[in-house]
Design a protein around this ligand. Structure first.
Ligand SMILES: [Zn+2]
Ligand SMILES: [Zn+2]
Length: 102
């Protein structure tokens, strides 16, 4: 189950559970759409994978026992694990390779 992390790891923008701007990699590294397109060029700086839009969990229980009211979004903010200049080098090396070929 997704943690639904609360912020962009790169710019620290808030990404609430119902945000249409949240992007995640297969490890759920979470970034905003703006950072993914303008800085990361669809390269996760932690794993090198591509991103997809994060699905929105229903806020109310449309079915018994599920929804944000039961499985709440994470409040633990996550921050970059690598320096920004190193990330730029990493992204420039990986971005030319399509995600399915990485
Ligand atoms: Zn961002
Ligand atoms: Zn990742």
């Amino acid at each position: 189950m997704l943690e639904l992390r609360p912020n962009c790891e790169y710019c620290d923008k808030d990404l609430p559970a119902n945000s249409a701007e949240a992007r995640i990699c297969s490890y759920e590294c979470t970034f905003c759409a703006d950072c993914v397109s303008t800085v990361l060029h669809n390269v996760c700086p932690n794993c090198g994978g591509g991103f997809v839009p994060r699905p929105i969990r229903p806020s109310v229980a449309q079915r018994k026992g599920v929804g944000l009211v039961h499985q709440v979004a994470s409040t633990k903010r996550v921050h970059l694990k690598h320096p920004k200049d190193e990330i730029a080098d990493f992204v420039s090396r990986v971005k030319a390779i399509a995600p399915a070929e990485r």
